[in-house]
Design a protein around this ligand. Structure first.
Ligand SMILES: [Zn+2]
Length: 67
């Protein structure tokens, strides 16, 4: 059984990340943008995780701030 992989932001862990499609098919590295306004990450790197891993990742990134 294969788990579905999700692309997430390497900065905040949000799954709201989109790739900018390159125009004209040039060999330009794809840039990924985080759609979280509080984050604003853009870069050529993203993190790919399973749903289970995403939950752990977001727990790590959120720290122990919640009660
Ligand atoms: Zn982000």
């Amino acid at each position: 059984m294969k788990q579905q992989l999700i692309r997430v932001c390497p900065k905040c862990g949000s799954p709201n990340i989109r790739s900018a499609s390159s125009v004209g098919g040039w060999l330009v590295p794809t840039t990924y943008y985080c759609e979280e306004e509080s984050c604003g990450y853009s870069g050529s790197v993203y993190v790919e995780v399973t749903v289970d891993e995403l939950e752990d990742l977001q727990k790590l990134m959120n720290g122990d701030n919640t009660d």
